[in-house]
Design a protein. Structure first.
Length: 258
């Protein structure tokens, strides 16, 4: 697919909306931040790496409003709440929440301690719940909003080597469906966006080898490789008014793997 941005859709309903993205300083999250900025949205995003975040801010500001980076440890609920409050103070109540932060670090069942298990849950699942909680009052004031929970196909394809991560990502679907039911009466839509194997810098450097390339070739229905903008484009659609009656669903971007 061409990376020429002029070929991608613009959604007028996203212009000037306040968007909050967790884990936006690299990988898929960075592409999501830039994609929303291009729509004219005002974006606040978290991350740990200030140097990487500066590059995201620069790239986003080149195509839209300059986003606000809030350095934050995703495992800290208080830091997350403060980042959302700071975004609302700068841009207005959050209209769109994208729960993207995650860590797919490999781990063996035998090596996982209770503290290690809790740490992985605190990165891969807990932030999504508490971010949704933190934006709720603002969305009520606006008469609605959108929450996009970024999942993964890892648990669907029975991926090996990251059992706690995969468990958290499967739980994301349950979180989405329960929130969609509870919050629907407030005109808040909640969906899951589940990527396949996305060719981020981290994935390429750490996990993609000859065997991985063969795995993608054998399992994807479509040729080529999935990149972060493919996921970001789906996040835009799910956040725009174009999908106003879509909620409680899981949208998979995996080139047909599952």
């Amino acid at each position: 697919m061409s990376t020429d941005l002029s070929r991608y859709a613009l959604y007028p309903s996203l212009k000037d909306r306040t968007v909050f993205v967790t884990g936006g300083s690299s990988g898929i999250g960075a592409d999501i931040v830039i994609a929303f900025a291009r729509q004219g949205a005002k974006v606040g995003f978290t991350g740990r790496n200030a140097a990487a975040a500066a590059k995201v801010v620069e790239a986003a500001a080149a195509v839209g409003p300059k986003p606000l980076f809030l350095q934050s440890d995703a495992s800290s609920v208080e830091a997350l709440r403060q980042a959302i409050a700071d975004t609302a103070a700068a841009f207005g109540d959050v209209n769109v929440l994208v729960n993207n932060v995650a860590n797919d670090e490999r781990h063996n069942i035998e090596d996982v301690t209770p503290d290690d298990f809790d740490w992985r849950v605190n990165i891969n699942l807990r932030p999504a719940f508490f971010a949704a909680q933190a934006v709720l009052d603002g969305m009520k004031r606006q008469g609605g909003g959108v929450i996009v929970n970024v999942g993964s196909i890892s648990w669907m394809i029975k991926g090996a080597g990251y059992p706690v991560y995969a468990t958290c990502k499967s739980a994301t679907v349950g979180l989405t469906r329960s929130l969609a039911r509870d919050l629907g009466k407030l005109n808040i839509r909640v969906n899951t966006l589940s990527p396949g194997w996305i060719m981020t810098e981290k994935q390429i450097n750490m996990w993609v080898d000859e065997a991985g390339e063969k795995l993608m070739d054998e399992n994807q229905c479509l040729p080529g490789r999935i990149v972060g903008s493919d996921v970001a484009n789906m996040a835009l659609f799910l956040s725009a008014d174009d999908s106003r009656m879509v909620t409680a669903q899981d949208f998979v971007v995996d080139a047909g793997w599952t």
